[in-house]
Design a protein around this ligand. Structure first.
Ligand code: FE2
Ligand code: FE2
Length: 276
C-alpha cells in the first residue's frame, strides 16, 4: 500500500470501546460493514470487464474473500447477540452509489478510496475494541482489505498513466466520496452519548480519515495540494464536471474489448507460460 498502517491509524490516547457499554453503536457499525461486504457481488461486474488476465485473477479471489467477510461480520453480530440489520443511506451511497462506470473509476473510488475508508475503521476497531475474538476476526479480514486497497492504488496509477485525461474526473469524484464520509460521520455523532472517551474524539478521527485519504490521492498522483487549499469554486467546478462526466459515461458507456478478445496478447500468457 502507498500508506503504512501507522499512517492510517488514529491515536485514541488509550480510550477503549466496551462490547457491553457500546453494544448498540458496535452493532450499528458492524451492520454497515455487513452491507459493504455484500457489495462484494459487484466484483462480478468488474470481473466481466477486467482489462487483463492478472486483474481477472485478482478479482476472482477478491469476490471469494468479500463473500467470506459477509459470514465473518454475521459471526461478529452473533458474538454481540445481535441480528443483521439495516445499513445507513450514506454507506449505500459510498458502496453502491459511487460504483464506477469504468475501470479507472472502480479501482480509484471503490478500491483505493472506499476500501481505504474501511481500513481506517478496521484499524481503529482493532486498536480499541475490548473483545479478543472479534479483534482476531477483524485482523484476518484487514490483511485481505490491505491487498484490495494496494491493487486499487496500483491500477489507478496505471489507468492515469494510460490516459491522463481521467485524472481530473477521478479527483472530482473523490471529492464527492469525501462528502459521503462527512454525512456518515454526522450519523455516528448522533449515536454518541455525551462524555464518551472515544466518541468525543470522533471529529478528530474524521479529520484523520480525510487526511490519510488526501495523502493517498497525492501519492497516486491525483492531488497536488490539500483539498482545503483548493478554494470553494475550484472544488465545486471539479465536482460538477466530474459528476457530468460520470453521468455521461453511464448513458454512453465506452466499449472496451473483453478478455475473450484480447487474451492472446495478454502479458500473463507470455512465452514463459502462466505467471505465478
Ligand atoms: Fe471485505
Ligand atoms: Fe475488500
Amino acid at each position: 500500500m502507498l500508506l503504512s498502517q501507522e499512517e492510517m491509524s488514529f491515536d485514541f490516547g488509550g480510550a477503549r470501546l466496551d462490547p457491553e457499554r457500546d453494544r448498540e453503536l458496535l452493532v450499528w457499525i458492524f451492520n454497515q460493514f455487513l452491507y459493504g461486504e455484500v457489495t462484494g457481488i459487484q466484483v462480478g461486474h468488474w470481473l466481466y470487464r477486467a482489462p487483463t488476465l492478472d486483474a481477472a485473477n485478482f478479482l476472482a479471489r477478491q469476490a471469494v474473500e468479500e463473500l467470506q467477510h459477509v459470514d465473518r461480520f454475521n459471526e461478529i453480530l452473533g458474538l454481540l447477540s445481535a441480528r443483521p440489520g439495516e445499513s445507513h443511506a450514506a454507506v449505500r451511497f459510498l458502496s453502491s452509489g459511487m460504483m464506477g462506470d469504468d475501470w479507472a473509476e472502480h479501482v480509484c473510488l471503490e478500491m483505493a478510496l472506499g476500501e481505504g475508508y474501511v481500513l481506517n475503521v478496521l484499524y481503529a476497531l482493532i486498536n480499541t475494541l475490548d473483545h479478543e475474538k472479534i479483534r482476531s476476526i477483524l485482523s484476518k479480514a484487514t490483511r485481505q482489505e490491505e491487498r484490495h486497497v494496494a491493487f486499487g492504488e496500483s491500477e489507478t496509477i496505471k489507468a492515469v498513466r494510460q490516459n491522463p485525461a481521467v485524472k481530473s474526473r477521478l479527483l472530482g469524484l473523490s471529492l464527492w466520496s469525501l462528502l459521503g464520509i462527512d454525512v456518515l460521520a454526522r450519523a455516528v455523532r448522533r449515536r454518541s452519548s455525551e462524555g464518551h472517551p472515544l466518541l468525543e474524539q470522533f471529529p478528530a478521527f474524521l479529520r484523520h480519515v480525510r487526511g490519510s485519504t488526501e495523502l493517498r490521492l497525492e501519492r497516486m498522483g491525483l492531488l497536488e495540494k490539500p483539498v482545503s487549499e483548493m478554494g470553494f469554486l475550484a472544488r465545486s467546478s471539479k465536482m460538477g464536471r466530474a459528476a457530468l462526466g460520470h453521468s455521461a459515461r453511464r448513458l454512453w458507456p465506452g466499449r472496451r474489448p473483453r478478455l475473450t478478445k484480447t487474451y492472446l496478447v495478454d502479458s500473463r500468457l507470455g512465452p514463459n507460460g502462466i505467471q505465478a
